[in-house]
Design a binder for this molecule. Structure first.
Ligand code: PLP
Length: 456
């Protein structure tokens, strides 16, 4: 369907009349109307006005192989013709989820060899939460139920996902979160480090907030710690190098499971298949979705470590959990082809060895020097830019929605980014070249210049 078959005005009228968007102020949306993205190619999206926009968010952290991949469309078509759906309940399954499980076991860390499917990251985290609590019950320690998470972490918007997330706004609308979830400080040195505190020391202090929470609850009551290797939707907060080794030490010491949420970082974003490798983390579960299919189909995979899986299998008894579309054959076929493309084209090596370091340098040298930028940070192909009024004391433009302003100006200049408060974040497709990074920096600089004039 294109703007030739239904006019933009018509689409906007129907949108306004009938469509409730995710994470949206609907009163505001009805005033402004939505931007209509109508087609895409490679690293670009096109709106109904004909504007070409370089997509710095890979859709929503997912289009890792870029837009317009014929092979993915073809494999979905072929699978739909052969077998569009059959379930994996009641001792049945279909070939593609099986093949994908084998492939994921090959790619995952050595101690992770089992897969539980869903359609979204939120569903996968619901599965993870139920599974770790079930594990401890099977082990005869049912009191181990508390899960420690971080403020500003994001783990989805189902009731369990929102409860695990550390977003105040989301909690305020839950009217009762899932009990037994505790939130501690995130490793966000830009705002939380003390004057004169080194990155190293700050990383240790942030990790020890987890230890404090374990001690307060009693280790006999704590099931797991959950965290994104890099907090994504909370503002691409990259932890200091000291953080994850200390978290690992603490979890080992108190026999607390490690649930790693790689819904954003999985499948190449940090320059490895999984950020667990980047940060040398030994996980008990890894939540993945998004780039598993590069967003061409909804699919999530909770990767389950041997410790939990062997108990589940040895002790037996039904795990009362599953979704109609757990192991959807079409989504799994697309995932298999998507992983093949990532491998064949060497996209992860390219991020690790070339475009990742190039992006970090380009942002530091060309964007970080701008008068309203307080910090740039990047790892692989995910990055953040802190917008400040004063570079020296890192004070913000209070009440001026500076992040939203920079984002809007950047999109007007043909570069799609996202704003989290006054932090601009990006997470482009892994097919990005150095030229794409250069264009992104040029467009962002124009946006920053224009924003500075409006903000000062
Ligand atoms: N976990 C993380 C780290 C995410 O970033 C997201 C979504 O952005 C989710 C979970 C939830 O995934 P979904 O929106 O597919 O439910």
């Amino acid at each position: 369907m294109t703007d030739q078959t239904i006019s933009r005005a018509n689409l906007q009228a129907i949108d306004s009349a009938h469509h409730l968007h995710p994470f949206t102020d609907h009163k505001e949306l009805r005033g402004a109307g939505a931007r209509m993205i109508v087609r895409s190619e490679g690293p670009y999206i096109y709106d109904s006005e004909g504007a070409e926009i370089l997509d710095g968010m890979a859709g929503l952290w997912c289009i890792n192989v870029g837009y317009g991949r014929e092979e993915l469309a073809r494999v979905a078509y072929d699978q739909m013709k052969e077998l569009p759906f059959y379930n994996s309940f009641f001792r049945c399954t279909t070939p593609t989820p099986v093949l994908l499980a084998g492939k994921l076991a090959e790619l995952a860390p050595d101690n992770v060899n089992q897969v539980f499917y869903g359609s979204s990251g939120s569903e996968a985290n619901d599965t993870a939460l139920k599974l770790v609590r079930h594990y401890w019950a099977l082990e005869g320690k049912p009191s181990k139920r508390i899960v420690i998470s971080r403020k500003t972490g994001y783990h989805g918007s189902s009731i369990a996902g929102a409860s695990l997330s550390g977003m105040d706004g989301m909690h305020s609308q839950l009217y009762g979160a899932v009990p037994g979830i505790v939130h501690v400080m995130p490793p966000y040195s830009f705002e939380l480090a003390l004057p004169g505190e080194s990155e190293h020391d700050f990383g240790l202090r942030a990790a020890r907030a987890v230890e404090d929470a374990i001690l307060e609850a009693g280790a006999e009551n704590v099931a797991a710690f959950i965290g994104e290797p890099v907090l994504g939707a909370g503002g691409v907060k990259i932890p200091p190098a000291s953080y994850w080794p200390e978290i690992q030490r603490i979890c080992d010491k108190y026999d607390v499971l490690l649930m790693i949420d790689e819904v954003i970082t999985g499948y190449g974003r940090t320059g490895e298949w999984f950020a667990c490798k980047t940060f040398n983390i030994k996980p008990d579960t890894i939540t993945t979705a998004k780039a598993l299919t590069s967003g061409y189909q909804p699919l999530s995979a909770l990767l389950v470590g041997d410790r939990i899986a062997s108990t589940l299998i040895e002790k037996g008894g039904e795990f009362y959990h599953g979704y109609t579309y757990s192991g959807h054959p079409v989504a799994c076929a697309v995932a298999l082809k998507n992983l093949e493309i990532i491998e064949k084209e060497g996209l992860i090596e390219r991020v690790r060895e070339d475009t990742g370091p190039y992006l970090a340098r380009a942002l530091a040298e060309r964007i970080g020097t701008h008068p309203i930028v307080g910090e740039t940070r990047a790892i692989g192909l995910m990055a953040a830019i802190e917008i400040v009024r004063d570079k020296g004391d890192r004070s913000r433009f209070k009440g001026k929605h500076a992040g939203d302003k920079v984002r809007d100006l950047s999109i007007d200049n043909g570069f799609m980014v996202r704003a989290v408060g006054d932090t601009i974040i990006m997470s482009p497709p892994l097919i990005w070249t150095r030229e794409n990074i250069d264009v992104a920096c040029e467009r962002l600089l124009k946006a920053l210049d224009a924003a500075e004039i409006e903000l000062r």
